[in-house]
Design a protein around this ligand. Structure first.
Ligand SMILES: [Zn+2]
Length: 136
């Protein structure tokens, strides 16, 4: 900044944009898509950004895998554990059978949670590898 864009109180002068690279006047806003609506080009762009952020392909992939899993809901019927497919006992106090929240709005048995969480991540990473055309 050269100091002539703002007034003495720090406000931008009339006609000066604080974001010169922003949306041109009169052009339409692009809708912000949820990751559940993303297609290949969106996942590829997000992967490129994650690669820059992490500098590591595996870390970038697993960050996106968490996002992918969050936005691709389970098909397990409510009341069943998505890891072992046995009924959830919501009133159980046993550490083995009680239900825990394994992901937003996802219940599993307490003992199934680590397997479920890891499995979801591995599945999502595998789906993303196909989308991103990565080996592995
Ligand atoms: Zn289970």
């Amino acid at each position: 900044m050269n100091g002539t864009e703002r007034d003495e109180r720090g406000r931008y002068l009339k006609g000066v944009s604080g974001n010169p690279a922003g949306r041109p006047r009169g052009s339409k806003n692009r809708p912000v898509l949820s990751p559940s609506q993303w297609v290949t080009k969106h996942w590829k762009r997000a992967y490129s950004e994650a690669l820059i952020t992490h500098g590591n392909a595996e870390a970038a992939l697993f960050e996106l895998a968490a996002l992918y899993a969050q936005h691709h809901p389970l098909t397990t019927p409510p009341g069943l554990c998505p890891a072992c497919h046995r009924p959830l006992k919501l009133t159980s106090t046993s550490l083995y059978d009680c239900a825990v929240i394994a992901a937003p709005a996802v219940l599993t048995h307490a003992r199934c949670e680590p397997i479920f969480t890891q499995g979801r991540l591995v599945e999502a990473a595998s789906a993303l590898r196909k989308i991103l055309e990565l080996a592995g």
